[in-house]
Design a protein around this ligand. Structure first.
Ligand code: NAI
Length: 604
């Protein structure tokens, strides 16, 4: 065979021939065909026209049975769909019905992820219209289980994986992502996923889930969102020994190696997407989280959701609960169980706000806040051995070794759980705080539900219905003494989509504490009856435009009023308007040279 070809080619062996480029960038071989089965070191590139069969498999434009007759003709869909036409509303009804048939939340999660892969706009429509029901599915607590089982439920990669293998090439990796205009990146290194510990590369569920909320609650277009998992290894032995583990099978890189890698990442992001891309750090372990925030807070538009987002939403909750508790922030005494990212982040924002309100110096307001970590109450005598972020909270007191004794010694009016350790607000602890407070404020913030310091039912029962309770993961309403109690949810999901949207649309280039305070205080401003109308009228308002255009990145940028605008605008989600698919496809229709009946991919 080879000799026949040699003769035809004037003595050249086919193996000697150098490949020739095709018009579309493919490689033509001696048979005149692309070398589809061979290694292609030169990337073939094509521009696909999203119509026909490929349109139905394109989640960004697919509408499934919602394509109407006109669209089916225009986009070469005749015969590719059953004849019934189903409105988006009917599709939604059908999907919600089938989702509700699943007993296991993980199965609902998987069904939702499949929907996102199939029909992105329908996914967001479901999420937006049924946010209370579906938030626990795509977010905490179910996302925790999904991350734990990510290896086995993994079907198609979501987001961008940047592992140590890509060292020196991170910019190239970013350029592999199909979207060029990115507004928000949520990044994790998977070391502290919720309260579940080191899940390595499987932490990807978190940036994916958080960004779904950026779209559903914040209105940021899905194409502007980029979930990233940095894989520097894992110290989770179970994963290292799991043959199906999807990440790097090595111990975590630390120290210089870790920070050099992260620096390459941060530099590449700015280089590729510019100064105004928002980077949200998620679920990094505290020994890196504070350091990364300190390093990049002054050079990039970054915030750490666990430290700052949580602080903002919890302070909003505290300010709201003062209506029931009475007094000002400075009249209360706070005890935290857990002194990590969430605990110290919330504590600092409370102290800042207290200081602003009461004009008492920050060093003094901090003294109204006490923290307990795994070694007991944080007191002065421990100062030398404390991590730097705990030091401001080391007050004068004799050592106290456990939570119950700390509650009895400090007599807090508010008890806040940020330990990641479930069932630690025991009956004794809750009864102790209830013994000296008419209305004890109890916040069990640890996620997922299994790590919650106590349940809503326990809080209400053990305080005989007197507790004001909120938790990180949702709990159902509780009946106690024939009264119905609806627990609050204090989760940063209630702040980061609005805060992030505000940062993005304002063109800010740094995040300041004032913005976090404005965001949390905005939540108590009156909510207009018709948010959409109000938002639309405000978006054209010259005041906002002036802020956006002229004051970008300045710390005085966000007034309470602006934040209301941002929040209200965030409810107006354009990304799934029913005609979107038609327009998108119509826009593409003229770019190719295809003719009806031929295949749908055009090489140019
Ligand atoms: P972290 O690891 O930075 O801090 C945990 C803290 O708890 C450390 O100070 C540690 O010493 C302490 N701790 C651990 N075991 C303890 C024990 N047995 N007794 C006393 N203290 C103990 O973690 P981070 O980021 O602060 O998160 C903690 C928890 O808070 C997690 O479950 C996380 O899911 C939850 N969280 C909830 C948020 C929300 O929006 N509701 C947001 C961020 C975190």
């Amino acid at each position: 065979m080879e000799s026949v070809l040699k003769a035809q080619r004037g003595g050249e062996s086919v193996l000697d021939l150098s490949p020739r480029w095709t018009v579309g960038g493919g490689v033509e071989d001696v048979y005149g065909e692309d070398r589809a089965t061979e290694d292609q070191l030169v990337t073939p590139w094509t521009v696909s026209v999203a119509s026909g069969y490929s349109l139905l498999r394109d989640p960004h434009h697919n509408k499934g049975l919602a394509f109407n007759e006109k669209e089916r003709d225009a986009h070469y869909l005749r015969g590719l769909l059953p004849p019934a036409i189903m409105s988006q509303e009917l599709q939604e009804k059908k999907l919600m019905h089938s989702l509700r048939q699943y007993d296991l939340p993980l199965h609902k999660y998987m069904a939702m992820m499949e929907l996102e892969e199939r029909n992105e706009r329908l996914f967001y429509k479901l999420l937006i219209d049924n946010v209370e029901e579906l938030l626990p599915v795509v977010y905490t607590p179910t996302v925790g289980e999904a991350c734990q089982k990510y290896g086995s439920i993994f079907r198609r990669p979501q987001g961008l994986y940047i592992s140590l293998k890509e060292k020196g090439k991170i910019l190239e990796v970013l350029r592999n992502w199909p979207q060029r205009t990115i507004q928000v990146i949520v990044v994790t290194d998977g070391e502290r996923i919720l309260g579940l510990g080191d899940l390595g590369c499987q932490g990807m569920g978190i940036p994916v889930g958080k960004l779904a909320l950026y779209t559903a609650l914040g209105g940021v277009r899905p194409s502007g969102c980029l979930p990233i998992t940095i894989d520097v290894g894992t110290n989770n032995e179970q994963l290292l020994n799991d043959e199906f583990y999807i990440g790097l099978k090595q111990k975590r890189a630390t120290g210089k190696e870790y920070y050099d890698f992260l620096h390459e990442f941060m530099t590449a992001v700015k280089q590729n997407y510019g100064e105004k891309v928002l980077i949200q750090f998620e679920d990094f372990a505290n020994h890196n989280a504070f350091e990364l925030l300190a390093r990049y807070g002054t050079t990039h538009l970054v915030f750490n959701d666990d430290i700052q987002g949580t602080a903002s939403v919890v302070l909003a909750g505290l300010v709201a609960s003062l209506k029931l508790l009475g007094g000002t922030l400075a009249d209360h005494r706070f005890l935290f169980f857990g002194a990590g990212e969430a605990g110290t982040g919330i504590a600092e924002l409370i102290a800042i706000e207290m200081s602003k309100q009461s004009k008492i110096p920050l060093e003094e307001t901090r003294k109204k806040i006490w923290l307990v970590d795994s070694k007991g109450l944080i007191v002065n005598s421990r100062k030398q051995s404390l991590q730097h972020f705990k030091k401001p909270w080391a007050h004068e007191h004799e050592p106290v070794h456990n939570l119950l004794d700390a509650v009895k010694a400090i007599k807090p009016t508010a008890l806040i759980g940020t330990s990641g350790v479930g069932k630690t607000f025991t009956k004794e602890v809750v009864e102790a705080i209830a013994s000296f407070n008419q209305k004890p404020l109890i916040m069990a913030l640890s996620n997922p539900t299994s790590q919650s310091e106590c349940t809503a039912e326990e809080a209400y029962t053990w305080t005989e219905g007197r507790a004001i309770f909120a938790s990180g993961s949702p709990f159902d309403p509780v009946e106690f003494n024939r009264k119905r109690f609806v627990p609050g949810q204090a989760n940063n999901a209630y702040i980061f989509p609005g805060l992030g949207l505000g940062l993005v649309i304002s063109g800010a280039i740094r995040v300041h504490d004032d913005m976090l305070l404005a965001a949390c205080l905005a939540t108590r401003l009156p909510r207009p009856a018709d948010l959409v109308k109000y938002a639309e009228s405000c978006m054209n308002h010259e005041v906002l435009l002036e802020h956006v255009v002229f004051h970008s990145g300045r710390k005085e940028l966000m007034t309470d009023e602006d934040l209301v605008v941002v929040f209200s605008y965030s409810w107006r989600n354009e990304c799934f308007t029913p005609s979107h698919g038609v327009e998108a496809c119509a826009g593409l229709k003229n770019t190719g040279t295809r003719s009806k009946g031929k295949n749908n991919t055009t090489n140019i």
